[in-house]
Design a protein around this ligand. Structure first.
Ligand code: UGA
Length: 441
């Protein structure tokens, strides 16, 4: 099938590459011509395991194309995915201007029957808004094609995006006509062979499913961060509590890790947007507000700990390990490390930072302040001369506790761990003071 994909960001690119790999002919459109040129050359603008290989393979086979011209992408397309960004507006709502732009372009340019599928995370009612904008464009030029709309939210995780797309738990498909559902079944046929994964529903339910899923996961994390604070105060150990409750299949072990707060491009924005939708609809989002408030507080936990345990922060050197919002990505959006490093710089500290892949994106996000951070090529190098080490992301390479390597390089003996990587007894036995989240130290 010929498929157009609007937006070559995380979701658009992974969707395009995977659908092409499944045998479809895919044309990805992006307004950023420079990005398009890089993609045509098989260069991925984001660091995602396996993505570049998939891009190159499918470009070479001629199944995947990139363009900045929407008309070209729509020429033969039967289905058009909308996978553009929906950033957070100042009032917490999702900014739909990119989605609206695409809908207008489709209204102006569609030359045949088309199914427009929202893959961007968009509030309930967006499909109807997209349909109205498209119909306006069609009517203005007297075009009589049938342009259907559907909602097909994406559940992929950064760092595991390809596997999540190809072998995801479910494919949620919201449609208003049986023929549209049928068409989406054909699109997903290559990824729906092992067992039936399609969960078909109406459009508003599909739109809300995406937000409800992310809000539920974010709620699990904030809940555990709150239990971690109680654990610390009550002399309990959150890791034991986690195992104790996770063994109940109704609770499950996943997403029960207390830490330095959740970040990324999805949870913070989606929880805020859902709360905004709720208010607009006349509902009071009490749980969502609490999820956000706990997370905002949690992001300050490493800085508070350092301030408490390293009296007179000004003039101290702090090593920071892990700059991405989570391992296996170079994405630093809403990363706890950004919050920490900004705070350390403001307090007058010297910061030596290390991340296996995210130093560049982190420096860009810090802007001018990046000049005050020394980025190192290895974790141990960052520890050189440091009074304290702060761990923000659980990259695999930080997991083995290298007491000797750290003791040789660090000036001080303090580790503040936002990911509970080490056994407190072992760290103490090696002569370090150790503060983690929700555990006795
Ligand atoms: C999240 C969802 O997990 C995906 O299902 C969803 O498709 C995606 O958002 C999206 O809406 O596009 P992602 O943002 O890539 O995926 O990252 P996660 O792995 O979910 O982690 C989010 C944050 O929660 C990270 O900062 C992570 O460190 C934190 N986290 C996660 C915890 O603090 N504790 C946990 O137990 C799990």
């Amino acid at each position: 099938m010929r498929i157009a994909i609007f937006g070559s960001g995380y979701v658009g690119l992974v969707t395009g590459a995977c659908l092409a790999d499944g045998g479809h002919h895919v044309t990805c459109v992006d307004v950023d011509s420079e990005r398009v040129a890089r993609l045509r050359a098989g260069e991925s603008p984001i660091w995602e395991p396996g993505l570049e290989e998939l891009l190159r393979g499918n470009l070479a086979q001629g199944r995947l194309e990139f363009t900045d011209d929407p008309a070209e992408a729509l020429e033969d397309a039967r289905v058009a995915f909308v996978a553009v960004g929906t950033p957070q507006a100042p009032d917490g709502s999702a900014d739909l201007s990119y989605v609206d732009d695409v809908a207008r372009r489709i209204g102006e340019l569609a030359r045949r029957d088309l199914l427009v599928v929202n893959k961007s995370t968009v509030p309930v009612g967006t499909a109807a808004r997209v349909r109205a904008l498209i119909e306006e464009g069609l009517a203005a030029r007297g075009a009589g094609h049938r342009v259907g709309v559907a909602s097909n939210p994406e559940f992929l995780k950064e760092g595991a995006a390809i596997a999540d797309f190809k072998h995801g738990d479910r494919i949620v498909v919201g449609t208003e006509a049986a023929e549209d559902e049928e068409l989406l079944r054909l699109v997903y046929e290559p990824f729906n062979r092992q067992r039936e994964k399609i969960i078909a529903m109406d459009i508003p339910s599909a739109e809300l499913t995406k937000y409800a899923a992310n809000a539920m996961l974010a709620a699990k994390i904030s809940f555990m961060n709150e239990i971690a604070a109680i654990s610390e105060a009550a002399g309990a150990d959150i890791e034991r509590v986690r195992q104790g409750i996770g063994s109940d299949p109704r609770i499950g072990y996943q997403f029960l890790y207390a830490g330095a707060g959740y970040g990324g491009s999805c949870f913070p924005k989606d929880v805020a947007a859902l709360a905004h939708t709720a208010r607009q609809a006349g509902c009071e989002p009490r749980i969502l507000d609490a999820v956000e408030a706990v997370n905002a507080h949690q992001k300050g936990t490493l800085l508070r700990r350092l301030d408490e345990l390293l009296p007179g922060l000004a003039g101290r050197t702090v090593a920071v390990w892990g700059l991405a919002f989570k391992p296996r990505t170079d994405d630093v959006r809403e990363a706890p490390a950004l919050h920490l490093v900004r705070g350390l710089l403001a307090a007058g500290c010297t910061v030596r930072a290390y991340d296996p892949v995210a130093a560049g994106t982190f420096a860009a996000a810090l802007g001018e302040e990046a000049a005050r951070v020394e980025f190192t090529d290895s974790a141990l190098d960052a520890a050189r001369g440091a009074d304290a080490l702060a761990i923000c992301t659980e990259w695999e390479e930080f997991r083995a506790f290298d007491a000797e390597g750290l003791a040789e390089r660090m000036a001080g003996r303090l580790i503040v761990d936002g990911r509970n990587l080490y056994d407190p007894a072992r760290v103490a036995a090696a002569g370090f003071a150790y503060a983690s989240v929700g555990r006795r130290t």
